[in-house]
Design a protein around this ligand. Structure first.
Ligand code: NAD
Length: 316
């Protein structure tokens, strides 16, 4: 394709490598380089993805339309700022930043230059979540469970910023009112940060969400359950199935029975879909599904959960 989008990936550790490989397979994208201060890592990912390795972003070629930034969360503002100032479109991994102030500055820079800013809340591109979102209209209660084995990754942040923020973002997208109150509890187990956490989010319309995240469990469990006046829905992310139960009138019966359905969700790779959506937004100048303000809203709730947990643990 003549008019290819010129893209680079900044930070090619565990997740950035996948960004680079996916861009390298897109017919309408020219992956012009990967950047990582770890020269050996940059070289090996560049060799795999068929592009040039750089150890500094300043060395990238002049023509650059968009970047994925996949560096540790604490570096997001510093790494993203020069691109956003130049109007280069950015797909920034989640969470948007480590602090509210840094997140707000990132949004301000994007809005100032008009650059598209998409935050990597990958689960919005999970086919099961998309199918669930189509069926949830007026949730009264949501329950999200995300438990996994200890991987040793992302130990610079706690389980709230690492895992729970995915469900916080999904919940904010499904609920119909702003948050009124947050209560949370959690504890460190294997790292110096919180490894297992529970939060109760109360919304202004009276709806409630209960969220549990653990990175020290013995098996992988990923569930969202919801009830609303029209019925009960349950998404199993691992099995990629949705179970639905709803009242059904039976002729002659005193009261309705409960009908049950199990829906298998088409298997898609969420990261491929997320990057395709970003490229589409850049090409069409459409606003992304998960823009900077959406990422900031999820961060703000995550910060409230973290401060609730700290208050519960106390100074000792
Ligand atoms: P990682 O430690 O494996 O990789 C980070 C890489 O960034 C390293 O190779 C490091 O050398 C490089 N780096 C550090 N500072 C840099 C800089 N200034 N410029 C360029 N490169 C730099 O971490 P990871 O697990 O790949 O996570 C990276 C980001 O992705 C984090 O923000 C994390 O929260 C996010 N993440 C998101 C998901 C998801 O599901 N969306 C999953 C995993 C990680």
């Amino acid at each position: 394709m003549a008019n290819k989008l010129h893209v680079a990936v900044i930070g090619v550790g565990y997740l950035g490598r996948f960004h680079a490989l996916i861009y390298s397979r897109m017919p309408d994208v020219a992956l012009v380089g990967v950047v990582d201060p770890n020269a050996e890592r940059a070289r090996s990912v560049a060799a795999e993805a068929g592009c040039t390795a750089f150890t500094r972003a300043e060395a990238l070629p002049g023509r650059l339309d968009a970047v994925s930034i996949v560096t540790p969360t604490g570096s997001h503002l510093e790494v993203a700022a020069p691109f956003l100032r130049r109007g280069i479109h950015v797909l920034l991994e989640k969470p948007i930043a480590a602090t509210r102030e840094e997140g707000e500055e990132i949004v301000r820079l994007a809005e100032g230059s008009g650059a598209i800013l998409q935050i990597g809340h990958l689960e919005r591109f999970n086919a099961g979540v998309m199918a669930l979102a189509q069926r949830i209209s007026s949730p009264r209660y949501l329950e999200a469970q995300r438990m996994g084995e200890f991987t040793g990754r992302a130990t610079d942040v706690d389980v709230v910023a690492d895992l729970m923020i995915h469900d916080i973002d999904i919940i904010l997208s499904l609920m119909n009112a702003p948050i009124r109150r947050v209560a949370a509890i959690g504890t460190p187990v294997l790292t110096e940060h919180i490894d297992i956490a529970n939060a109760r989010l109360e919304f202004a319309d009276g709806a409630v969400a209960n969220v549990v995240a653990s990175r020290v469990s013995d098996k992988k469990i990923r569930h969202i359950r919801a009830f609303q006046p029209s019925g009960y829905l349950s998404l199993d992310f691992v099995a990629q199935t949705i179970e639905i139960a709803y009242p059904e009138e039976t002729r002659g019966a005193e009261r309705p029975g409960i009908a049950r359905e199990r829906i298998a969700v088409e298997s898609v790779k969420p990261l491929d879909r997320e990057l395709e959506a970003f490229v589409h937004c850049v090409r069409t100048s459409r606003p992304p599904l998960v823009d900077g303000r959406v990422g900031l809203a999820a961060l703000n709730v995550a910060l409230e959960v973290q401060s609730g947990i700290r208050a519960g643990i106390g100074p000792g």
